[in-house]
Design a protein around this ligand. Structure first.
Ligand code: SF4
Length: 298
């Protein structure tokens, strides 16, 4: 099944939106909404997409939108879905859209509660690895060695990125998946699959952000592809918190250095730090390969 076969033909994103040139988040929403079809309600927490979608009457999305504060995205999503069901509508897909700040950090409590209750909606985390639209502030999704504007000198993060997929798998939710825009068929297929599953569904999308990452705006797809080919961001699914399945296995592992070199946010890394990062990528990849059907997650 490829993108053409999963395409509902429903284009819900108007052209002329206010995302930066090369924004991976705009592309991701365009891809997954075409896969889900036009009958969706979008709940958007404070993030870049609050700006991109805008407010009425000048919204850039052709679907009902609810903007909500940082901590409450998953609670609002739960309420919208239950409200629709009370009105007899069991068909509309509710999508909660949040950045890494609204997922890994400020939104985590409500997210965990909704996952634990197995609320019936799709939570999409588009992870650009910092609070980008407020000036590139550190989040717990910011990777080790990355420069941000809010860290103490020398302004590089010393802690590893939080492992959000392990956290979500621990809730035993029906479906969780990673995806990214350089693999649109993989992304679309996963959303089509998720649409057919009842209960809580979670997506972790890695989203290149040219201004925040210090990358050229025409490198978004290359960065997204290198993240996968280097095994930094593997593509996989987890069913019921137990069954882990890789959906793409790189034929040859790309060196992480190639991915890092395209981004000014990693320009301060010393050789030993690059090696430490490569080591942690290799370790995590091996750990993922060891997961098999029926195995405990991670
Ligand atoms: S700051 Fe980054 S994520 Fe936000 S709109 Fe611009 S490119 Fe997209």
């Amino acid at each position: 099944m490829n993108l053409r076969e999963t395409d509902s033909g429903a284009e819900i994103l108007y052209s002329g939106h206010s995302a930066c040139p090369g924004c991976g988040a705009a592309l991701a929403v365009r891809y997954f909404s075409r896969a889900l079809g036009p009958d969706i309600v979008m709940v958007i927490t404070a993030c870049c997409w609050s700006i991109i979608a805008g407010g009425p009457p000048l919204t850039t999305l052709k679907c009902p939108i609810l903007h909500c504060p940082f901590p409450s995205a998953a609670s609002v999503g739960s309420g919208v879905k239950r409200g629709l069901e009370q009105k007899g509508n069991r068909d509309t897909t509710v999508v909660v859209l949040a950045g890494d700040g609204g997922t890994f950090d400020i939104g985590l409590q409500a997210l965990s509660g909704a996952a634990q209750r197995n609320e019936d909606f799709i939570f999409v985390c588009y992870d650009n690895e910092a609070y980008m639209n407020t000036g590139m502030q550190t989040s717990s999704a910011t990777p080790y060695g990355c420069h941000t504007n809010t860290l103490p000198l020398p302004r590089t993060k010393e802690r590893q990125k939080k492992e959000i997929m392990r956290i979500m798998a621990a809730h035993g939710i029906p479906y969780a998946a990673t995806a990214t825009v350089a693999f649109p068929d993989d992304l679309a297929q996963k959303f089509v699959k998720a649409r057919g599953i009842k209960g809580f569904r979670f997506f972790h999308l890695l989203i290149p952000c040219p201004p925040g990452w210090g990358a050229e705006s025409d490198e978004t797809i290359r960065l997204s592809r290198l993240a996968v080919e280097s095994c930094l961001f593997p593509l996989y699914e987890i069913r019921d918190g137990i069954t882990v399945e890789l959906t793409y296995r790189p034929p040859q592992k790309a060196p992480l250095e190639e991915y890092l070199a395209l981004q000014r946010r990693f320009s301060g890394l010393e050789r030993w730090q690059v090696e430490a990062l490569q080591h942690s990528v290799d370790r995590d990849w091996e750990r993922l390969l060891q997961q098999g059907e029926g195995a405990a997650p991670f």
